[in-house]
Design a protein around this ligand. Structure first.
Ligand SMILES: Nc1ncnc2c1ncn2[C@@H]1O[C@H](COP(=O)(O)OP(=O)(O)OP(=O)(O)O)[C@@H](O)[C@H]1O
Length: 588
């Protein structure tokens, strides 16, 4: 039966604590971050009243296996303990005018301690007066609160009794490493106390947040932090999200799919070793070491909330990277070339979506041509007509012949290359693009005169290669040292390899032919001229045609099927045997 009125949900406190403490924080070290952060926030609250107040954090790894985080911050009064420590989700940092100054805001961070302890004790004395308080919360959801008349300094200390399973986290070296990783650049000094010794473990003013730091200082710092030196380093600052720090240019080629390691801090607390979506998707050649004072973290504090501010910050970072590259082109060409050497693929990606950078970078971008790797500047200074092939197959086929015709041909098969060429030519009307294909190339070859000898030659050669679907032609072309050239459009190329079942299927689907596979004999080549003279000797003629055919397939990197290979081997061995017999006969 339905009851009237608004009813309250019941909460299983124990389950809730387990959920929040064990599942929202994926890493057992998280409690160090949460406790440090509470210390920092408490000091910040006091500094908002007195800006000259000197905060400090002391962490004790005690002999009795207790761990203490102590701060000289604002502390808590009795009623604040009731309000903020006994209610899950309540936070003193959320609904205040200076909320933006604090790292915490969800009111659940302290619960992360329950991953490593069954009991949390908070001893505190408020800077705002009142008696010192001692609150002890247990993992079963119960707590005790006592007031004390004892003298205590202003501030708070949190005491944990680590659970057996997690004792290894409290070994000196391990614990110090965790403390340093989270607290390294927090704005107040952190002292670690162990066996009667005290050591400062952080650098409240790190060089990478110093606007006056030199390039060398930034590079040295990056090399230490990431254990890998960078090609270059430059500082950035964004209005949106107040992101400040250093971007490093990676010294090695990166894949679009590979994740690099970064360091992203939020209000000086380490947030993630991922870029947290601060970098634009094309900036894979960049590693970031940044602090964001104006962005929000998710509750697990392992990534940034994906909001408009983050989007705008990412845009500003994109602009900063482009500005940096633009500055190099104008003032430090040597560095730009070093970066291009390693990251030209990414730089091409940037130029392909930004006309201004395209104009600026294009002359320096490398393209593969039939005359080796060339900067676009050298390609366009050779001719206003930019010849290019769309795919690698076409490029392989045309490269040598085109070279002999004096053409410079760009292989635009790589990602971005064709887009870059087309965009750049659109921006520069004095240039034109000319797509070269094997069939276009064949059209350039000179016709032979229509005499009977030539026609008979073509007919006989055609007859021999008909079974491979290959047409034979006799033409004039350069260079003269090439006796034959085989040209087939890509689809033909696939269909040709009939011994491969997959190729046969594909061939059946791709029936649209552009040009038939054609073996063109060079009428200006010495061997072909000799071949023309032995048309009468059928065997010898056959062998040479077969060998030239298979050789041209191999040279053009076409697939050669087993029938073709067998023919090649047989022709070659018969030719050699007959030549040796001729020699023996000659000797006798
Ligand atoms: N060292 C401290 N000094 C003063 N107050 C503290 C201290 N530690 C905790 N508190 C109080 O306890 C509250 C709850 O702390 P808790 O760490 O659970 O959440 P939070 O810091 O407010 O938010 P978040 O969950 O985002 O970290 C705080 O809002 C603060 O009022």
């Amino acid at each position: 039966m339905e009851k009237e009125g608004n009813n309250l949900f019941q909460v299983n406190l124990k389950g809730m604590i387990a959920l929040l403490s064990e599942h929202i924080y994926s890493n057992p070290n998280t409690f160090v971050r949460e406790l440090l952060q509470n210390c920092v926030d408490a000091i910040t609250a006091l500094r908002n009243i007195d800006e000259n107040y000197k905060g400090r954090i002391d962490v004790f790894l005690n002999e009795d296996k207790t761990v203490v985080f102590r701060d000289n911050g604002v502390g808590l009064k009795e009623e604040e303990v009731y309000r903020f420590l006994t209610v899950i989700g309540e936070s003193s940092k959320r609904d205040t005018p200076d909320a933006d100054d604090f790292i915490g805001r969800f009111g659940i961070g302290l619960l992360s301690c329950f991953v490593v302890t069954n009991e949390i004790t908070v001893e505190s004395r408020s800077a705002m007066g009142g008696q010192p308080v001692c609150w002890c919360g247990k993992v079963d959801g119960t707590y005790q609160l006592t007031l004390s008349d004892e003298e205590r300094p202003i501030g708070s200390q949190v005491v944990l009794h680590p659970k057996g399973d997690w004792m290894h986290l409290f070994e000196y070296e391990t614990f110090k490493k965790i403390l340093v990783s989270y607290g390294e650049v927090l704005p107040y000094p952190i002292y670690l106390h162990y066996q009667g010794e005290e050591e400062l473990v952080n650098t409240p003013s790190p060089v990478w947040l110093d606007p006056k730091a030199t390039r060398k200082e930034l590079l040295d710092y990056g090399a230490k932090v990431f254990q890998s030196s960078a090609l270059d380093a430059f500082r950035i600052y964004t209005e949106s999200g107040k992101v400040e720090g250093v971007l490093y240019v990676l010294p090695f080629r990166t894949q679009f799919s590979v994740r690099n390691s970064h360091k992203v801090y939020l209000k000086r607390m380490l947030l993630s070793e991922d870029d947290c979506n601060l970098l634009p998707p094309w900036a894979f050649f960049i590693r970031c070491l940044v602090n964001a004072d104006g962005l929000l973290s998710t509750a697990s504090r392992e990534s940034l909330v994906s909001n408009d501010q983050l989007k705008d910050a990412r845009k500003e970072i994109g602009v900063a990277i482009k500005d940096y590259l633009r500055g190099l082109v104008q003032n430090d060409r040597a560095m730009f070339n070093r970066i291009l050497d390693v990251h030209h693929f990414h730089i091409k990606a940037i130029a392909s979506e930004d006309n201004e950078l395209l104009r600026l970078f294009m002359d320096y971008l490398p393209f593969e041509t039939n005359k080796g790797l060339r900067g676009f500047g050298s390609i366009r200074s050779a001719s206003n007509v930019i010849c290019y092939t769309k795919n690698l197959e076409d490029f392989r086929q045309v490269r040598r012949i085109a070279g002999a015709q004096g053409w410079l041909v760009v292989n635009a098969a790589y990602t971005f290359d064709e887009t870059l060429l087309k965009k750049y030519v659109r921006l520069n009307p004095e240039l034109t693009l000319d797509e070269i294909s094997p069939s276009r190339l064949l059209e350039q070859f000179g016709e032979v005169e229509a005499n009977k000898e030539f026609q008979a030659f073509e007919m006989k050669a055609n007859e021999l290669l008909k079974r491979f679907g290959c047409v034979c032609r006799l033409k004039h072309f350069t260079p003269v040292d090439i006796p034959v050239i085989f040209v087939a459009e890509e689809k033909e190329n696939v269909a040709k390899s009939a011994n491969n079942p997959l190729a046969a299927v594909l061939g059946a689907v791709n029936t649209a032919k552009q040009i038939p596979p054609t073996l063109t004999f060079n009428a200006d080549n010495e061997m072909v001229q000799t071949l023309l003279q032995i048309q009468g000797d059928n065997k010898l003629f056959q062998h040479v045609v077969h060998i030239l055919y298979v050789q041209s397939l191999l040279q053009g990197k076409y697939p050669v099927n087993s029938e073709e290979m067998e023919l090649f081997n047989r022709s070659l061995s018969e030719l050699m045997t007959s030549k040796m017999n001729d020699f023996i006969n000659f000797l006798n």
